[in-house]
Design a protein around this ligand. Structure first.
Ligand code: GSH
Length: 235
């Protein structure tokens, strides 16, 4: 393991897909760090002081200085900390393209996945599902165009876009299990389905990933709590 150590602390929450991006980046680059689990219903002083604007995880604290926002943190890790890599391409144009797809995953896929999973009505949820399959189809095209014959968006090895998309992968698997759907379908999106399998199979990825069964249970508890809250509000 390189870098990090005592000087590097990650404030995260085990089920957070955006915190997972940072864990994946650190694991793939082989950087050691101190993991500090946060209770998001009872936020620690350290979290509130480190991210006073958003009060959210993840926060990376390097040499006492906090860095917030998962996409910013992953880029910081790649630029500043030594380790395997790089995650971002060295060519400025390719780097811009990688940032474009990372923003697309944040803007379109993450939002649609959230709407499909936690939409207020069935109609809202099915609109989320529709938006999600459109976003997945677009990403399939991006993978086809950028990386012919390669396993990852980063080429032969996982890069920035893989880490950003990989953060959502356990949630995709959990929602597939819960809803009986296939998001990265081997028939309609074969490249993404193969991407997901290749990504999951990496030892550095496996070491960082949360257990999908635990996520399913967590999602079921959240759904029951939301249903109970809605029933109370209706009475
Ligand atoms: N855009 C932020 C999103 C951060 C975020 O939404 N974190 C969630 C966990 S997944 C959080 O800390 N939520 C606590 C809250 O909303 O109070 C990033 O990419 O880091």
């Amino acid at each position: 393991m390189a870098g990090g150590g005592d000087d590097l602390k990650l404030l995260a929450m085990w089920a957070s897909p955006v915190a997972l991006r940072v864990r994946l980046a650190l694991s793939i680059k082989g950087i050691s760090y101190e993991y500090v689990e946060q209770d998001l219903r009872n936020k620690s002083d350290l979290l509130l002081q480190s991210n006073p604007v958003h009060k959210k995880v993840p926060v990376l604290i390097h040499g006492g200085k906090p860095i917030c926002e998962s996409l910013v943190i992953v880029q910081y890790i790649d630029e500043v900390l030594s380790g395997a890599g790089p995650l971002l391409p060295t060519d400025p144009y390719e780097r811009a393209v990688a940032r474009f797809w990372a923003a697309f995953i944040d803007d379109k896929l993450m939002k649609a996945n959230y709407q499909a999973s936690w939409g207020k009505t069935e109609e809202d949820k099915s609109e989320g599902m529709k938006l999600m399959s459109e976003a997945v189809e677009t990403l399939e095209g991006a993978l086809r165009d950028c990386c012919k014959g390669k396993s990852f968006f980063g080429g032969a090895n996982p890069g920035y876009v893989d880490v950003v998309l990989g953060g959502i992968l356990p949630w995709v698997r959990a929602m597939e299990a819960l809803l009986g759907i296939k998001t990265f379908d081997p028939v309609t999106t074969p490249l993404l389905a193969a991407w997901a399998d290749s990504f999951d199979a990496l030892d550095t990825v496996e070491a960082a990933m949360p257990d999908v069964g635990r996520l399913v249970e967590f999602a079921m508890n959240l759904q029951s709590a939301a249903a109970a809250e809605a029933a109370t509000a209706a009475n």
